[in-house]
Write a protein that binds this ligand. Sequence first.
Ligand SMILES: *Cc1c(COP(=O)(O)O)cnc(C)c1O
Length: 385
Amino acid sequence: MKYRFETNAIHGGEVDLGTGSVTVPIFQTSTYRLDHPGTDHAYVYSRASNPTRAALEAALSTIEDANWAVAYASGMAATVAVTSLLDPGDHLVLSDDVYGGTYQYVVDELSRYGIEHRFVDTSDIGAVRDGCTERTRMLWVETPSNPLLKISAVEQLAAEAHGRGAMLVVDNTFASPCLQRPLNLGADIVVHSTTKYLGGHSDLLGGAALGRESGTGERLRLRQAISGSVPGPMDCFLTLRGIRTLPVRMERHCANARKVAEFLETHPSVGEVRYPGLANHPGHEVASKQMSDYGGIVSFRVKGGPDAARAFVEATNLFALAVSLGSVESLCEIPALMTHAVVEEGAASTDPALVRLSVGLEHVDDLIDDLGQALDKTGCESPDA
Ligand SMILES: *Cc1c(COP(=O)(O)O)cnc(C)c1O
């Protein structure tokens, strides 16, 4: 079923059960009655397959322009599964500004299995070339990145990876398939934390891996069943519901984030503002080519330094001080103290004066008023000074 994005988001996960139900039921079952002994049934045991999960995978595959999708219990479960495609002795190159959990898993765990890695600035193709070795088999890219919103050119990186016999994986969580479809730009695998924009309501955990080449899909599908890193039927149902409103939510997330970024730029207590939609963002041009809009995350440095940043996140009312992102309600955090506390000191993401905002769907004037009153409490010059 191939319609336009908004239509696929609503109809991509439909299943015909003969009941006429317009939603997919929550198949809250672990096992299935079989008509004969054997394993050749569509549904035998819910670790291997479940109809609600199958509907979610169909919906995800449709909206990401993939041939297959494998749903996981969380974004990190998807990350662990995809990196397990590597063999001992293989080399992995990653964006230097990745999700804190990805960083921690690669540094603390993957290295124990004999898989070496190197973090590089993937927005710089020269740095990627320098970071690769003849053993590099996977290039792992987050664009926009977390929390600095760096933009990496997916098409160029795909060509570079393929020239070396490596696969390109893109963590597409920040953009969501609504704004960016990396498989169309040459990526081999897309990874999502569906906990974020796809779910969209801070009420579930989930992840997904998606791609086109069937052999990779089959390997991941088998490991998903064996390792048991599967989402429960209730979380699959909620993710399916979230996907239906993804296009309308993203439109407002992007519009609100742009206005918030423009407001922050004019505020005297704010230093650098990072938002790919701003013309002065170093990745603006590439983002304009590979994304249809610039997303709902804005990061900025508080001029007064770490203490002022802390005063700011404790003074907001609407922006809840919380990790995670991509939901209807606005959130704020200090990556250096929270989501990226595990990242080695010295990386830009560990600047304790950097604040990350997940701009929600509240009225943008209320959001700007809240940011303004909280910035006034940072001890820097007030806007009227
Ligand atoms: C949250 C997040 C993850 C991890 O997902 P979980 O669902 O929390 O396991 C991975 N990548 C990015 C970019 C994220 O924001």
